[in-house]
Design a protein. Structure first.
Length: 176
């Protein structure tokens, strides 16, 4: 029972940057599954989810970022979070600025006015920014938990104890 409590308690003591990394990757994953855009044409609305296109890339990056954070919170993981967050933010930013990115039809000028950006794309860019910024925060402010939680070294006991040392200690104990 106590080991269950300890494992729950240790999970709540994650560094702030690592918590942000997990939150950002979760938001990216949710955003990739939701609609990214909808097209209104001829009285019909067509919806495109993120995973119907480049959202697959952002979903894979969300899993990689979260997996790296679960594996170990270190400088390398923080770099993975920053780079992954930059790629997700850049990719979703392209679709926010130009919803027809990658479309090569000549009628793109006409259909551009009928396209609306949906919540999934906004969540994806927000999640990418959170993952990127929290990993950068961890890189700058937290470092590796191994370096900050090293045990304090005790003084070396390589020098032999002499009779004079023990008599000094006995004298100190008797005066107290």
């Amino acid at each position: 029972m106590s080991s269950d409590f300890d494992s729950v308690n240790s999970k709540s003591n994650l560094p702030l940057g690592q918590k942000g990394l997990f939150a950002g990757s979760g938001i990216i994953g949710i955003g990739a599954l939701l609609p990214w855009m909808s097209v209104n044409a001829l009285g019909t609305t067509l919806t495109k989810r993120g995973v119907d296109g480049d959202g697959v890339i952002t979903l894979v990056l969300a899993f990689l970022i979260a997996g790296a954070g679960i594996y170990q919170w270190s400088k390398k993981t923080q770099i993975v979070g920053v780079v992954g967050g930059v790629i997700v933010t850049w990719l979703s930013g392209i679709y926010i600025v130009d919803p027809l990115a990658g479309v090569t039809t000549e009628s793109s000028d006409i259909t551009q006015y009928a396209i609306s950006i949906e919540m999934g794309l906004y969540l994806t860019i927000i999640g990418g920014a959170i993952a990127m910024l929290s990993s950068a925060y961890g890189f700058v402010n937290e470092g590796s938990p191994d370096s900050s939680k090293r045990p304090v070294e005790e003084p070396s006991r390589d020098t032999p104890v002499t009779d004079a040392d023990t008599s000094d200690q006995s004298a100190t104990d008797s005066t107290e």
